[in-house]
Write a protein that binds this ligand. Structure first.
Ligand code: PLP
Length: 452
């Protein structure tokens, strides 16, 4: 069924304004400006109901690794639905796609992560983490270990526990905080580095974790949660010195390391996982997004053998789960997505072809008068917009105003980028070609010039 047929864009906008409350949206403002109505997608391109074409510089919401419109995924989901559209994974039951997918994710994730708890989203994965780490420490006869340390600007989702683990003040102010979560400074040199060199700051920011553990008491701290590169916080790439120091602290202190790979996972940083890029050994690893390239909602928590052994041997029943944990159709979509990624060497294409080519162009944007920093790892980058160069101390007033203007110019130019404060962020499908990167770079250049 083509929902767009015989109905005008204005009709959809009217329905939307009358009934639809959008995520992360000022509805009054949206209703004044009207929604864009997207109706079709293929490869790295999206079309709206008026026929305008956009280059999807955000891979949907950091998820469409294999690009849009792959018929094989639709066929796999269709076949699964005709065979078994739903069966739960509770009560001593499984089904072929969930069992197969659990093996495949164990194969592609870093060594030692051989168990998965399926969820429908990254938020649910992080709510699962919240409950699982506390349960783990109870089983280890350390029930006081309850506090989870996260980071300011971190994003781990919108459900109650996930939003608390994240470090987005606005979210905490609107709905309150869950007790037992503590936030430390993120490794974002551009905003927080002061006079320190990048690498000195990386060590300083990592040692914040050690200081927090000392302050809170190691006997009370359950885990540290972090994204390898912070995504929704503005693609904040840590200095090289950061992760080795964090890894040292986590291995010397008795706390679990939770590496949130919801964005970084499945090739975004040029390796299968951000943990591979930074040499991390997660105890728990939330995944979602690129797991199915967004074709259907699915997420999960990868659990390291050393943690799974405790949960399985000592745990009994874990009172936790979702009706759609391991939904057959979602598992089928994920399985086909991962087959495509492996057989078509999508991660290798990102690492060897697309990322080096885009990164070279990206670096050249640092010469633009509006750009204070141009950063990118894999196909995951940001341009920090500043009012004056050189220097990192000046900011637009109010913060975010220029980012939003630039984002709107980008859209008008036919490129979807996102603004986080005054950073323009980019995360295109991993299958993007050189020719498409040339087009993307031209649109970024035009957007910067329009904003100036
Ligand atoms: N974790 C990270 C790092 C994310 O970026 C996101 C979403 O952007 C989430 C968790 C939440 O995932 P979801 O929106 O699927 O609930």
């Amino acid at each position: 069924m083509n929902l767009a047929r015989n109905v005008s864009t204005a009709d959809f906008q009217r329905l939307d304004a009358a009934h639809h409350l959008h995520p992360f949206t000022d509805t009054r403002q949206l209703n004044a400006e009207k929604s864009r109505v997207m109706s079709k997608a293929h490869g790295v391109w999206l079309w709206d109901t008026d026929g305008n074409r956009y280059l999807d510089g955000m891979a949907g919401l950091w998820c469409t690794q294999i690009g849009h419109g792959r018929r094989e995924v639709a066929d796999a989901v269709h076949a699964q639905m005709m065979e078994l559209e739903y069966s739960n994974t509770f009560f001593k039951t499984t089904h072929p796609p969930a069992a197969r997918l659990s093996e495949v994710v164990a194969e592609v994730t870093p060594d030692g992560l051989n168990h998965v708890f399926f969820t429908n989203s990254g938020s649910e994965a992080n709510d699962t983490v919240f409950r699982m780490v506390r349960y783990y420490w109870q089983l280890q006869d350390k029930p006081a270990k309850q506090i989870i340390i996260g980071r300011k600007y971190g994003y781990h989702g919108s459900t109650v526990a996930a939003s608390a683990l994240g470090g987005m003040d606005g979210m905490h102010k609107q709905a309150g905080m869950v007790p037992g979560v503590h936030h430390i400074t993120p490794p974002h040199w551009f905003d927080f580095g002061g006079d320190m060199s990048r690498e000195d700051f990386g060590v300083w920011a990592a040692k914040e974790l050690e200081r927090a553990i000392d302050e809170l008491g190691e006997e009370n701290v359950a885990a540290f949660i972090a994204e390898p590169i912070m995504g929704a916080g503005g693609v904040l790439i840590p200095p090289d010195s950061y992760w080795p120091e964090i890894s040292r602290i986590c291995s010397e202190r008795e706390i679990l390391l939770v590496v949130d790979e919801v964005i970084c996972g499945f090739g975004r940083t040029g390796k299968w996982f951000g943990s591979d890029t930074y040499g991390l050994k997660p105890d728990l690893m939330p995944i979602a997004k690129g797991l199915s390239s967004g074709y259907l909602p699915i997420g999960g928590v990868m659990v390291a053998d050393r943690v799974a052994d405790v949960l399985i041997d000592k745990g009994g029943e874990f009172y936790h789960g979702y009706t759609y944990s391991g939904h057959p159709a979602a598992c089928a979509a994920a399985l086909e997505n991962l087959r495509i990624m492996r057989e078509e060497r999508v991660v290798e294409h990102c690492a060897e072809e697309a990322a080096p080519y885009l990164q070279e162009k990206w670096r050249s944007f640092a010469d633009h008068p509006l750009v204070g920093e141009a950063r990118m790892v894999g196909l995951f980058g940001a341009l920090e917009l500043v009012p004056a160069k050189p220097g990192r101390t000046e900011r637009f007033d109010p913060v975010g105003a220029v980012g939003t203007i630039a984002r709107d110019f980008s859209f008008a130019n036919g490129l979807i980028m996102r603004a986080v404060r005054d950073a323009l962020v980019i995360s295109p499908p991993l299958v993007i070609t050189r020719e498409e990167i040339d087009q993307l770079a031209k649109l970024v250049e035009k957007t910067l010039d329009d904003t100036l």
